[in-house]
Write a new protein. Structure first.
Length: 86
């Protein structure tokens, strides 16, 4: 079983959401159906990045890092050439 770290971008306002899950397809569907209170106001979302891990701990550590100030800077730097990030 794989676990995934993912980044979603709101099509409504460009805001980013970061998370991890064992089932990427179902999780994205859940976000876009408004089943997550944190993302509901900004639906719909588009998957813009994901990375797979062999265990939950690694995926969670990846999510935790990218939610730090240094991690957010890195995300914006990575995406700067591809998207206009708000």
């Amino acid at each position: 079983m794989f676990y995934y770290f993912y980044i979603l971008r709101s099509e409504k306002n460009g805001k980013l959401y970061l998370g991890y899950t064992p089932n990427l397809k179902d999780r994205i569907r859940s976000h876009n159906e408004g089943k997550n209170l944190a993302t509901k106001p900004n639906i719909p979302y588009q998957l813009i990045f994901f990375s797979g891990f062999k265990n939950k701990a690694d995926a969670l550590n990846c999510e935790r890092y990218f939610k730090t100030t240094a991690g957010w800077r890195r995300i914006h730097k990575m995406l700067d050439n591809f998207l206009t990030v708000k």
